[in-house]
Ligand binder design. Structure first.
Ligand code: ADP
Ligand code: MG
Length: 358
């Protein structure tokens, strides 16, 4: 249904250039529910906006049902009719009733009679649970109700695909689920949708495929199981496991141990890790640096905590290590025994790369 090839978008303002999309390629088939996830600022909104030409792409091709939509001759209003869009901030017409919001475009753009448009409008409002709000103004509705009204308005145009740009991120947490329930229902009915969302459980349940956007492209894509349970690429892993990390690089043995310990304490307390574990991390670092690592070159430390699995790990990288380090340490070394005793596992995955799990 939609084919995107080498889509590029550069924002230019005066002297500055910002490449937001560098090379986006994908296909969306009829009936698919595509979720687009990724850190903020990676171009998710820009991508959706290029699809319906709210933003002009800088280069590349977008074909919808075989029509090249970047061609100047393509009728943009026809395109927008095929593609509904639901925004974070609802974008309802504030001075019109909910029913008039829903019927305005079908009457003016599709040429429906008022009676037909209102009949269909009431059916759609019924479907999103707002039948009794038809005569209300948007300001009389809660955020969740407004967003459901915006979805009804979008459906009134009989779109072939609906683009959702963070439809729940402007809502109070108590109202998120009523909006997600409506979107789930559309998915169950086979509506083709592309949804930018940070609601990971929802994304997992509702999507046929997930696109993880990063660095101006679709960095990784797959089924929800692939992306959430078995991501292949490092940035996807860090994102889905909500990995927080802290890095140090020590050029020589003359490092600032107390400065480092202070930052580790701040990091651990920020993620609720407690004094016991913080002390163990510090103790392991002290033993490793003073007794185990040879400092044959700079040493890097990387402390990682997953807010999803609650796993905490500490990785030491000894540069210029030519032979395995742990294998060369005496079996009865007190330091190594301490390190092992304070952690769940200690492993040298390759010479100079030692990973300690807590
Ligand atoms: P996301 O939706 O993933 O958070 P956006 O697509 O909104 O990301 O934005 C990506 C980047 O493009 C951001 O750095 C943003 O500041 C920039 N950007 C978005 N719209 C414009 C614009 N109209 N002009 C200049 N920069 C923009
Ligand atoms: Mg956005």
């Amino acid at each position: 249904m939609i084919t995107v090839r080498h889509l590029k978008k550069v924002f230019r303002d005066q002297s500055k250039e910002l490449t937001v999309l560098s090379d986006v390629n994908c296909e969306i088939r009829k009936g698919e529910v595509i979720s687009i996830i990724g850190p903020s600022g990676t171009g998710k909104s820009t991508f959706l906006r290029c699809l319906n030409r709210l933003e002009e792409a800088t280069a590349g091709q977008i074909e919808i049902d075989g029509v090249d939509i970047l061609d100047r001759r393509t009728d943009v209003s026809l395109l927008r009719r095929k593609m509904g869009m639901v925004f974070q901030n609802f974008n309802l017409f504030e001075h019109l009733t909910i029913l008039d919001n829903v019927t305005l475009c079908p009457i003016t753009l599709l040429g429906q009679s008022r009676a037909d448009a209102e009949k269909r409008g009431m059916e759609l409002l019924e479907m999103v649970g707002l039948h009794d709000k038809a005569g209300s103004l948007p300001c009389e509705l809660s955020g969740g109700q407004k967003q459901r009204a915006a979805i009804a308005r979008c459906l009134a145009m009989n779109p072939e695909i609906i683009l959702f740009d963070e439809p729940t991120s402007a809502l109070d947490p108590t109202m998120v689920s009523e909006v997600l329930a409506v979107i789930r229902r559309l998915a169950a009915q086979g509506m083709t949708m592309a949804i930018v969302s940070h609601e990971m459980q929802f994304v997992r349940d509702v999507s046929t495929r997930v696109f993880f956007m990063y660095g101006g492209e679709i960095y990784e894509e797959g089924t929800p199981q692939q992306i959430f349970d078995n991501p292949q690429k490092p940035v996807t892993k860090a994102f889905v496991n909500r990995i927080r990390s802290l890095d140090f690089r020590l050029e020589s043995r003359h490092y600032d141990l107390y400065g480092m310990f202070g930052r580790i304490e701040t990091f651990c307390s920020k993620y609720g890790l407690g004094n016991d574990i913080t002390g163990k991390v510090q103790h392991v670092i002290e033993e490793m640096l003073s007794e185990i690592l040879p400092f044959s070159g700079p040493v890097s430390l990387n402390l990682e905590y997953s807010e999803k699995t609650y796993g905490l790990s500490l990785q030491f990288t000894q540069e210029n290590a030519s032979v395995p380090i742990l294998a060369g340490i005496d079996a009865d070394s007190v330091s190594l025994m301490l390190v092992r005793g304070m952690s769940k596992s200690v492993e040298e995955t390759e010479p100079g790369l030692i990973r300690v799990e807590f």
